[in-house]
Structures are given as structure tokens and as C-alpha cells.
Design a protein around this ligand. Structure first.
Ligand code: ADP
Ligand code: MG
Length: 343
């Protein structure tokens, strides 16, 4: 496996800038996610790493070596796409030995390698089956085994869960996350689904409109989003306009201490996560306008005294809450994150 990097990479399709001056360093064995809304350039970034697209500007490196102008067939990448694209006219074993065969690996070695991978992925008993007869989860494992059989520099996954039902997605997310962790394979995982990325990746690159907005661990991105876009895309965020003076955040309806690290004076936008709103205590009253049942929690929308909307999470232990009720709330100073203004 390898370290893989995009250095100031730009990709233009005529007037569209699909990837705009993006730099991402993926460490050896790291699982890097790229998340962002549809059309933000995720697939293009992955295709640039694989060599299926040529860069307009910038450099792609594997282990420090410039591979920018090396064609995809000579880059040795393992690809897994949404439908796994398994060959249904071959057995599972033949699917897995196919790549090494194309790379002129000898018959015995490719068979050994495939059996080892099937064992590692716990699907050795499926070796003689036709992929058509397998469950979604089994097919995903075969897809992974096939991609790994060529001993790639990097494993590239583009929306591998698309088209699966919600329940299966959740199970596979845990399984695949664990597998990628165990395999210690350098991986680039592209998804529009921030929950998948948060639960499976060591670090996440958040893209928007071709730009890289932030790169960091899931908790860094969740707790210290770099801007309003990241705050809103990753999870649910309350963004409130405040004034800050002498480390005092003024919401216009109460005063609280400002968080330490980012000292700002003047007006700012702060972010408070719904699960950080303390409900049932404190000086501020919120009038509940909407309730959404979400299994273990109830997500509610309320109006602050100044008319700004606030999303909060209600625990079932609060008992029945209905729209029109007033709840007292408080914010812990540590949970008030100052967001720099966006570009
Ligand atoms: P994502 O995977 O995040 O949905 P893509 O990387 O597929 O986004 O696309 C990013 C942008 O580049 C989009 O505006 C898309 O229309 C454009 N694009 C992608 N591939 C091509 C292409 N081959 N020709 C022209 N435009 C393209
Ligand atoms: Mg895509």
C-alpha cells in the first residue's frame, strides 16, 4: 500500500471546474473519505487519482512519485463501484483471479492470492458460486476481494452502498468499516452520505462546488467545522447571529461566556449542535413549533425569544411535548462554536 496525494489539482471540463485547486494527502493505510453534495467533484477527484481523467493542473503522487501522466492501467488501483459490476458469467473465484490474470500473475499464485482474500473476507465457502446468487453484502465482499487481488496502491470506492436498502446499508457500513480498518489498505471512499463517511473513515475531505472546504477527522469536522457549509452539511447545525465583546457572547436574549480559542470581537455566526442544547433548564424559553419522531429521539424546532429558529433534540424522558409548549433551554459555553464567515 502507498501514500497517495493530490497536490493543487484542478480539473476543467470546458467551462466547468469540477475540481478546483484541491490538495489531499492520504497516509499509508488510511481510510480517507470525500463527501459533499451531488456534483461537487467527488467522482472526478477519485477518477483523477485512478488516472481515468487527466488533470488540468497539479500533481498526483503515489509514495511521493509523480504519476500524473501515467495511464490508469499502469497505476495499479483497486476499484469498487456502486453495483460492484461483478462478472455474472464467472464464479466468485474466477472474478477474484481475473485482475491478477490480466496482470500476468501465474496461475498458482493468483489462485493462492484469491483464496487468501476470500478467507480474509470470510467468504471462502462462496468460491464456486455465481455472483448473481449472492446477497448484497456477499457481493460487496466479492467486489472488495476482486479489487484487492491486484495488490493495489490504493483502494477506490465510489458510492459503494448506492441502491441498497437502509437496513442493509447500516449493517454493511459497520462490516465494511471494520474490514477496511483490519485490512490497513490505503483507501479513498467517496460518498454523498455524511453518516457513512463519519462512521467509516479515519479522515474526511468535505467538498463543495469543486473546492475542498475542510479536511479532518470526523470529530474535528463535526465539532469544529471550518465554515457554515461544513457545519450544515455534516449533521444538523443551528447557526445563530451573535455579537461578541470581551469574550461575552450576546445572543440578544441572554449572555453567555464565549469559547476560548477563537477570540473575536464584533458580530459573528456561532454554531450549536441540536444535541448540545440543554433542554429543561436555563434562562431561555423556546416555543416548540414542530416535532419529528426519529426513533430514539425526537427532533424539535422551536422559536427563540428573538424569533430565530432553533433545532433541538428531546429525550423521551421529558414526557409528552406538543407544539405550542414552551421549554427552557441553556447552552454550555464549550458547545458554542464560532464559525468564520464563508468565502
Ligand atoms: P460528484 O461525484 O460529486 O457528484 P462529479 O465529479 O461527477 O460530482 O461532477 C463534478 C462536476 O463535473 C459536475 O458539474 C459534472 O457535471 C461535471 N463533469 C463530470 N464529469 C464530466 C465530463 N466527463 N464532462 C463534462 N462535465 C463533467
Ligand atoms: Mg459521483
Amino acid at each position: 500500500m502507498s501514500e497517495v496525494s493530490l497536490d493543487n489539482v484542478t480539473k476543467r471540463f470546458d467551462s466547468t471546474v469540477a475540481v478546483n485547486d484541491v490538495s489531499i494527502d492520504i497516509d499509508d493505510g488510511e481510510v480517507m473519505g470525500i463527501v459533499g453534495p451531488s456534483g461537487c467533484g467527488k467522482t472526478t477527484a477519485l477518477r483523477l487519482v485512478a488516472g481515468f481523467e487527466t488533470v488540468s493542473e497539479g500533481t498526483v503522487r503515489y509514495d511521493g512519485e509523480d504519476v500524473t501522466h501515467i495511464p490508469p492501467e499502469n497505476r495499479n488501483v483497486g476499484l469498487v463501484f456502486q453495483s460492484y459490476a461483478l462478472f455474472n458469467n464467472m464464479t466468485v473465484l474466477q472474478n477474484v483471479t481475473f485482475g491478477p490474470k490480466m496482470h500476468d500473475v501465474g496461475k498458482e499464485e493468483r489462485r493462492d492470492r484469491a483464496c487468501e482474500l476470500l478467507e480474509l473476507l470470510d467468504i471462502e465457502e462462496l468460491a464456486d458460486r455465481n455472483p448473481k446468487t449472492l446477497s448484497g453484502g456477499q457481493q460487496q465482499r466479492v467486489g472488495l476481494a476482486r479489487a484487492l487481488a491486484i495488490e493495489p496502491h490504493i483502494l477506490l470506492l465510489d458510492e459503494p452502498m448506492t441502491g441498497l436498502d437502509a437496513k442493509l446499508k447500516q449493517t454493511l457500513r459497520q462490516e465494511l468499516g471494520q474490514l477496511l480498518d483490519d485490512l490497513e489498505v490505503t483507501t479513498l471512499y467517496v460518498t454523498h452520505d455524511q453518516e457513512q463517511a463519519m462512521s467509516m473513515c479515519d479522515r474526511i475531505a468535505v467538498m463543495n462546488d469543486g473546492h475542498l472546504e475542510q479536511i479532518g477527522t470526523p470529530s474535528e469536522i463535526y465539532e469544529q467545522p471550518a465554515n457554515e457549509f461544513v457545519a450544515g452539511f455534516i449533521g444538523t447545525a443551528n447557526l445563530l447571529e451573535v455579537t461578541i465583546e470581551d469574550e461575552q457572547v450576546s445572543f440578544g436574549f441572554t449572555e453567555l461566556d464565549a469559547p476560548g480559542p477563537q477570540r473575536v470581537d464584533g458580530t459573528a455566526t456561532v454554531m450549536i449542535r441540536p444535541d448540545d442544547v440543554r433542554v429543561g433548564e436555563g434562562p431561555v424559553s423556546v416555543e416548540i413549533t414542530n416535532l419529528f419522531y426519529q426513533g430514539e429521539h425526537i427532533q424539535a424546532t422551536g422559536l427563540l425569544p428573538d424569533g430565530q429558529k432553533l433545532t433541538l433534540r428531546l429525550d423521551r424522558s421529558l414526557g409528552d411535548v406538543t407544539t405550542g409548549d414552551s421549554l427552557s433551554i441553556a447552552f454550555d459555553p464549550d458547545d458554542i462554536h464560532v464559525i468564520e464567515s464563508t468565502r
